[in-house]
Structure formats: C-alpha cells, structure tokens
Write a protein that binds this ligand. Structure first.
Ligand SMILES: Nc1ncnc2c1ncn2[C@@H]1O[C@H](COP(=O)(O)OP(=O)(O)OP(=O)(O)O)[C@@H](O)[C@H]1O
Length: 263
C-alpha cells in the first residue's frame, strides 16, 4: 500500500499560499528526495507529509488514512522526523536520549512492549557511540549530536522516516556516513524515507526519485537523471551548474560555475 499520498495538497498561512497543488505518492521502501531553493516550501511539505500540520486544501493520506486522523502516539510509532540539529534536551546522556525514542511505545507504567535495552545497545554499537554512551549530549560535537539524534529515531523503529536537512552541519565524512547508515537501515528494514536535502549531489546519490519545488509548486519529479538537468536547474535556482555523471555510480552530479562560468 502507498505509504504517503498527497493529492493537490496546499498550505496557506493567512492569505499567503506557501504550497499549492502538490500531488505525490511514496511507495514502501523507497527514498524520495525533496529539493528546491530557499523558501520554496520544502519544510512545510515535510510537515504536511508527517502529519505535524494539516493541509489547508487537498489531502494528505498516510497508508490511506488522513494524517490527522491518527492519534499522536500512534503517529509517533509509525513516522519519525530527524531535523538539521535535533538538539536533544540538555542534561541527558547519549544513552538516555536514544532511549527516549521508545517513549511512544511505553504504557502508563513506563514499560516497553519490546526489549528496549537490547535495542538501544544494538543502536549504540551500530552508530559507534559505545564510548560516548554515558556522556551528556550537551558537550558533544555537532556530528556526534546528529549521530545521537539518528539513534533516537532508530529506537523509534518507524516505518516512515522524514529527514529535514539531516547533513547540513556535517563535514563530508559525517555526511556520507550518516546517509550510508540511513540507506543500510532502509535496505534492512524496508523503511520508507522522505528527505529534504539542499545538497543536490547527495540527493542524486541516495534518492531513487527526486521532487523539485519552486515557490510552493512541484516543477518536476522523477529519477535523478530526469530532475538533475542543467536547463531545469537554471530555471529553478537561477544559476547554471555543469551536470556530469558520477564516475563510479553514474548518477548525475553538479559542479557549480562561479558567475555563470563567464570570465
Ligand atoms: N508558520 C508560518 N507562517 C507564515 N509563513 C510561513 C510559516 N512557515 C513557513 N512560512 C513561509 O513559507 C515559505 C516556505 O517555507 P519553508 O520553510 O517551507 O521553505 P524551505 O524550502 O524549507 O526553505 P529553506 O530551504 O530556506 O529551509 C517561506 O516563505 C516561509 O516564510
């Protein structure tokens, strides 16, 4: 069954239309990348697709049901959101923060339906956080904190993972590591991923399908080959990048041209 379906979804704040007529369908196990310039509505779209906000027109269905029809706790057991700097609360250890991902699964006695401690152990090992697990999160570097935030959403064991700029503050090593972890998690568990990414090269490498927004409307959707095209990118971003094939994976990659390439 289609995991997420938007049908002519729109969002307006007062009389300002931030998103208009957005239609898309995301199938189980796929990775959809959402790209587009600053202010084009990417984060707003993610809020609609995660059920955090309701559309003001059209509809968003999660497994066939209106996102707003889900009780909050049920939604949290099903979908998880990872943001740019998820800023785990101060004063907690790495292990405690990862364990917080289990809150939606606890009953009123605080007991979990799964073997939560073993799950947290496995995640800590997987994300190479063993040495850091008893450290407070406040003292960690940006890259370490983002790893902890990923651990927390992994503990949630969602079926749908929504990423809002997950790699923005990370160096290239951490960017690749983060996206690789997410990809292997996706492959192992059939997780569905929707990712807002500013980095078109990362988006083309990790997402099988891309959707590009401009001023709140979908201007193109398709494979990276279809979307990462010089003419389209110039129209949307107002700059003309060089598009080349990645020498190893073959996916399209861009090189920026200062001043439009004219000396
Ligand atoms: N709560 C709100 N009230 C009014 N306007 C809003 C609200 N949230 C977002 N907007 C506006 O909607 C537009 C789209 O914002 P959004 O954050 O979705 O864009 P974005 O593509 O994620 O941008 P960026 O790449 O810069 O993060 C912006 O002009 C923003 O000012």
């Amino acid at each position: 069954m289609t995991i997420v379906q938007a049908d002519k979804a729109g969002k307006a704040y007062k009389d300002r239309h931030v998103l208009q007529q957005v239609s898309l369908a995301v199938e189980p196990g796929e990775c959809l990348g959402i790209i587009g310039p600053n202010g084009s509505g990417k984060s707003t779209l993610l809020k609609l697709l995660s059920g955090i906000e309701a559309p003001t027109s059209g509809s968003v269905l999660l497994e066939g049901r209106s996102a707003h029809a889900y009780p909050r706790k049920r939604l949290a057991q099903w979908a998880a959101v990872l943001q740019q700097d998820a800023l785990p609360p101060l004063g907690f250890t790495v292990r405690e923060v990862i364990g917080m991902g289990r809150y939606p699964f606890q009953n009123w006695l605080g007991t979990d339906s799964a073997d939560a401690e073993r799950l947290v152990d496995r995640i800590i090992e997987r994300l190479q956080l063993v040495k850091l697990q008893h450290r407070q999160v406040d003292g960690l570097s940006g890259g370490e904190r983002q790893r902890v935030a990923l651990g927390k959403v992994m503990a949630q064991q969602p079926r749908l993972l929504l990423l809002d700029e997950p790699t923005t503050f990370l160096d290239i090593g951490y960017q690749i590591q983060m996206m690789d972890w997410i990809r292997s998690w996706q492959k192992e568990s059939g997780l569905t991923v929707i990712a807002v990414l500013h980095d078109l090269n990362l988006a083309a490498q990790y997402c099988g399908r891309l959707l590009i927004l401009q001023e709140g409307r979908v201007v193109a959707a398709g494979t990276p080959e279809e979307v990462i095209a010089p003419g389209l990118l110039e129209r949307v971003y107002g700059t003309q990048p060089i598009v080349m094939r990645h020498p190893v994976s073959g996916v399209p990659q861009i090189l920026l041209q200062p001043d439009g390439g004219q000396e």
